[in-house]
Design a binder for this molecule. Structure first.
Ligand SMILES: Nc1ncnc2c1ncn2[C@@H]1O[C@H](COP(=O)(O)OP(=O)(O)OP(=O)(O)O)[C@@H](O)[C@H]1O
Ligand SMILES: [Mg+2]
Length: 268
C-alpha cells in the first residue's frame, strides 16, 4: 500500500515539473480509491441529524434526519442546491455547531457528549476545515499560517512534514511570503496546507475551490486527493462543481435537509 502512495507521490513530483509544458490534468491519472477495501472502519458517522433554525412561521428544517457513514480514507463529495443544508451538515459533522437531535461519532467518539472545551481540543486535533474564504492571517507568512493550528495546540510543528505538504501542493517557494502576495489559487492551497498540517483524521471542505477557475480547481482537487491518500485522510467536500464531484469516491446528494441519493462504491 505504501509503495503505491510513494509511486503516486513521485508521479506528482514529475507532474510539477511537467506542468509548465501543459501536461494533461494530474487527476486523470489518479487510481480510484486506494484505501478502500482494506480498512472498513467508519471514521465519521452521523445518526439522524435534525437541525431547525428559527421559530414558528420562519422555521427552517435545515437538516431533516440525516444519517451517513464515511470510511477511513474515503473522499466523499456533498452536492445539492443552495439552501439544501450542505454547510449545516458540514458544521455538525465537524462539531462547529450542535444539532437539535441526532449524533455524530468521530472515531467512535460521540462528539456532542464532550464538554465544550474538550470538543474544541478534539476538533483541533482530528479535523481540518477548509472554507471558501481562506481565513489566512494576513500578517503571518504562509508557513506561519500553516503551522498556526499546530502551535495553538501547544505542539511543535513537524517542519519536514509541513514542507512535504507545501511541496505536494506546489507552494513551498511561497512559504516565506505573506498571503497578500499570493494568487487566489495559491492562497487556497495555503488554506488546504494549513488544514493538512495538523494531520487531521478528517478534512471537511466547504466549496474549497469556489473562487477558482476550473483548471486551477481541478489541479487543487487532484492535489488534495493525493494529499489525502498520502496522509490517509478522509475528505468530505461540498461542491457545486459536477466535474469535481465526479472525482470523489462517492457523491451524496442533499435536498431539503435530507440525503436524496448516493452514487459511488457504496450507499450512504
Ligand atoms: N444561522 C442560521 N439561521 C437561520 N437559518 C439558517 C442559518 N443557517 C442556515 N440557515 C438556513 O438553513 C438552510 C440550509 O442552509 P445551508 O447553509 O446549510 O445551505 P447550503 O446547502 O450550504 O447552501 P449554499 O449552497 O447556498 O451554501 C437554508 O434555508 C438557510 O437559510
Ligand atoms: Mg453552504
Amino acid at each position: 500500500m505504501n509503495e503505491k502512495f510513494i509511486q503516486i507521490f513521485r508521479f506528482t513530483g514529475k507532474y510539477f515539473a511537467a506542468e509548465k509544458e501543459n501536461s494533461p490534468a494530474l487527476t486523470l491519472s489518479i487510481p480510484g480509491n486506494l484505501t478502500g477495501g482494506e480498512n472498513n472502519m467508519a471514521v465519521l458517522k452521523a445518526e439522524n441529524l435534525i437541525k431547525i433554525y428559527g421559530k414558528g412561521e420562519n422555521q427552517v428544517k435545515a437538516l431533516n434526519g440525516v444519517s451517513l457513514s464515511v470510511e477511513k480514507g474515503e473522499f466523499v463529495a456533498v452536492v445539492g442546491t443552495s439552501g439544501s443544508g450542505k454547510s449545516t451538515l458540514l458544521h455538525m459533522l465537524g462539531g462547529l455547531d450542535r444539532p437539535d437531535s441526532g449524533k455524530v461519532y468521530i472515531e467512535d467518539k460521540d462528539i456532542f457528549a464532550l464538554k465544550e472545551e474538550e470538543l474544541t481540543i478534539f476538533r483541533r486535533r482530528k479535523i481540518g476545515f477548509v472554507f471558501q474564504s481562506y481565513n489566512l492571517v494576513p500578517v503571518l507568512s504562509v508557513y506561519e499560517n500553516v503551522v498556526l493550528p499546530v502551535e495553538l495546540d501547544g505542539k511543535k510543528a513537524d517542519r519536514a512534514f509541513v514542507n512535504d505538504i507545501l511541496d505536494t501542493l506546489g507552494i513551498r517557494e511561497k512559504a516565506a511570503n505573506l498571503p497578500g502576495q499570493l494568487s487566489g489559487g495559491q492562497q487556497q492551497r495555503a488554506a488546504i496546507a494549513r488544514a493538512l498540517a495538523a494531520k487531521p483524521a478528517i478534512l471537511l471542505c466547504d466549496e474549497p475551490t469556489g473562487n477558482l477557475d476550473s483548471r486551477t480547481s481541478q489541479d487543487v482537487l487532484g492535489l488534495l486527493k493525493i494529499s489525502g491518500q498520502k496522509f490517509s485522510q478522509t475528505i468530505v467536500m461540498i461542491t457545486h462543481n459536477e466535474e469535481i464531484a465526479q472525482m470523489a469516491d462517492r457523491i451524496i446528494r442533499i435536498e431539503d435537509g435530507r440525503i436524496l441519493a448516493s452514487r459511488g462504491r457504496r450507499m450512504a
